[in-house]
Design a protein around this ligand. Structure first.
Ligand code: PGA
Length: 249
């Protein structure tokens, strides 16, 4: 039995304004209560980070950004830095989400973002995962191995308390097609094994993401190497997200 505390994080993507975030977070805090059985976080758009952090002050629910730039400041129109994220009251950031990779975030940038965000004091949820073509070609393990080794290039063992990895097969994101519990387990075990080249694999939290819902969350998170979930669509309503949090306990 693992002693890793589960983490359930809701990735809102490009949904919710500041006022909508405030309303959502107030409702979620009421549903989740003061002592959830898992760590819980929401990942609002940048423009709703501060409103979310304010609404969640005093609750155990954390706020993470959906990305973070690798540089501290400079000519990077449209990007924001770790310090800017921290100043909103948020405590973490996703890095390397497949939707960001598709928009051009490179492996080199992702490795620097992981390093620099941890240095700044953010908890990093590094995302990885293969496309349907890669899976069909039987290359999931090689793909995920390469992504993890690359993203952890500048990470050292002492970073373990600031690092979580989410395995999110691209073919399962937003499609309603979830990886089976067996597929999720296999891939999360690969993630843990590869990450263990750099950090303590037993301590590392590995999440599954991709069409997680209240109906499938308990079975997915019951797998020995699945320590929680990164939830997109089902995190947009307080009731469904709270149900997934409850399933982690
Ligand atoms: P989904 O998104 O739950 O809507 O599939 C997951 C994610 O992209 O993090």
């Amino acid at each position: 039995m693992s002693t890793r505390r589960p983490l359930v994080a809701g990735n809102w993507k490009m949904h919710k304004t500041g006022p909508e975030a405030r309303e959502f977070c107030t409702a979620l805090a009421g549903l989740v209560g003061d002592a959830p059985a898992a760590d819980v976080a929401v990942c609002p758009p940048y423009t709703a980070l501060e409103a979310s952090a304010e609404a969640l002050a005093g609750s155990p629910i954390a706020v993470y950004a959906q990305n973070v730039h690798e540089n501290e400041k400079g000519a990077h129109t449209g990007d924001i830095s770790s310090a800017m994220i921290l100043a909103t009251g948020a405590q973490g950031a996703l890095v390397g989400h497949s939707e960001r990779r598709a928009e051009g975030d490179t492996d080199g940038q992702i490795a620097l973002r992981v390093r620099n965000a941890i240095d700044a004091g953010l908890l990093v949820v590094l995302c990885c995962g293969e496309s349907l073509d890669t899976r069909k070609a039987g290359e999931t393990e090689a793909w995920v191995t390469r992504q993890i080794r690359s993203a952890l290039e500048h990470v050292t063992a002492s970073d373990i308390t600031s690092l979580v990895i989410a395995y999110e097969p691209i073919w399962a994101i937003g499609t309603g097609e979830t990886a089976s519990p067996v597929q999720a387990q296999e891939a999360c075990a690969i993630v843990r094994r590869v990450a263990a080249e750099t950090v303590d694999g037993e301590a590392l939290r590995v999440l599954y993401g991709g069409s997680v819902s209240p109906a499938n969350a308990a079975e997915l998170m019951a797998q020995p190497d699945v320590d929680g979930a990164l939830v997109g669509g089902a995190s947009l309503e307080p009731e469904s997200f709270a149900a997934i949090v409850a399933a982690a306990g």
